[in-house]
Design a protein around this ligand. Structure first.
Ligand code: NAD
Length: 324
């Protein structure tokens, strides 16, 4: 392909779970991909296979500091941010900074390069929701000073700042509200329910469910999430868009499903529910269906099997290590 015609995309959070899958997707679409990450929660192994490619570059950089990228940029995907409760409770200030200062830096970069930018928001902007399912019109129920506030409010600020750049500067912006997504390259010990359960089952330990396990979540497989993000980027839709799988289930159900799929004898133990843990989570994806013609395609069985197979490839020492 003519190098001048090749589209150039900057992906922040490139060494993380979603960022690395997005790098793969845009490489497959013949883009020139520039990955950026400070590796605070990411892992270079997720993108090691890309380093040999001529259309991939990587910068180790903290996007909360000034961001400079040489040359032309057509698109920016801002995915850098700690994303699991364990992470953002341990690094609360960095979490607030990457959602606020980091987003501001990338919006400024997009403006200077006349690039279109898509930012990764989250279902956490709905907090502990008082309505279900959550549509994009719901304003949320967030405790700004609770332990999760650092993440939720950073993302709410990110959305407000992104809309301000769109409305005031006419910048081409997109906002995806991502609901729980899972798949290969998630960190085994990132504290989220699925990798924790799989790791515990692989170690032959009981699965630890918080509270009574009756709270619900819905899980989207990573390839479906990437497809939704891809379609949103190339759509004309500017307001926030939910992307997730509406197939809601209780935490007890998912724990039992993993035990059954892994064919082992682990049982469930119940532990104290963390503060402000949302009781339910289910996306209303009517907009994504209508505007992007998108629905999730991968069944939970298929998605879980692929995820379990990935975790089985990890070195034994990593499997045994319980803290990150
Ligand atoms: P992840 O932790 O695997 O990836 C995040 C990446 O961002 C990591 O590689 C980390 O090192 C990098 N990073 C963090 N702060 C940075 C900084 N200041 N400068 C440069 N790099 C930095 O998490 P993920 O699950 O891949 O999440 C990616 C994005 O998607 C995040 O913005 C997250 O809020 C959002 N999101 C994810 C989910 C999900 O279910 N995975 C749900 C909702 C929203």
């Amino acid at each position: 392909m003519n190098i001048d015609a090749q589209k150039r995309i900057l992906i922040t959070g490139a060494a993380g779970f979603l960022g690395s899958h997005l790098c793969d997707r845009f490489i497959a679409e013949d883009f020139h991909v520039i990955g950026m990450d400070n590796l605070i929660t990411g892992d270079l192994r997720n993108i090691a296979h890309l380093f040999k490619l001529p259309n991939f570059e990587f910068y180790q950089h903290d996007v909360s500091k000034f961001v400079h990228v040489p040359g032309r940029l057509d698109y920016i995907l801002h995915f850098a941010s700690p994303a699991s409760p364990i992470d953002y409770l341990q690094i609360p200030i960095q979490t607030l900074k990457v959602g606020s200062l980091g987003t501001h830096n990338l919006l400024g970069l997009a403006k200077s390069k006349s690039a279109r930018i898509l930012v990764a928001s989250t279902s956490e902007v709905y907090g502990d929701p008082l309505v279900s399912p959550q549509s994009e019109e719901y304003w949320g129920n967030v405790n700004p000073v609770g332990p999760r506030g650092v993440y939720d409010e950073a993302k709410r600020f990110q959305e407000a700042m992104t809309m301000a750049y769109h409305n005031f500067h006419g910048l081409e912006t997109r906002i995806v509200r991502i609901f729980n997504t899972y798949g290969p390259r998630m960190r085994l010990n990132d504290g989220r329910a699925l990798p924790t359960f799989i790791a515990q089952a692989l170690r032959g330990e009981p699965l630890s469910v918080f509270g009574d396990g009756k709270h619900t979540r819905s899980f989207c497989y990573v390839s479906d999430q990437v497809e939704g993000i891809f379609r949103l980027l190339f759509s004309d839709y500017v307001l926030p868009m939910n992307i997730g799988n509406p197939d809601e289930m209780t935490i007890n159900e998912i724990a039992l499903e993993i035990i059954a799929l892994m064919g082992n004898r682990s049982n469930i133990v119940y532990e104290k529910l963390p503060v402000d843990d949302p009781k339910q989570r289910q996306p209303d994806i009517s907009k994504a269906k209508l505007i992007l013609d998108w629905t999730p395609k991968v069944s939970r069985k298929e998605g879980l099997e692929k995820t379990i197979a990935y975790f089985k490839t990890l070195p034994q020492e990593e499997l045994k290590q319980k803290d990150f």
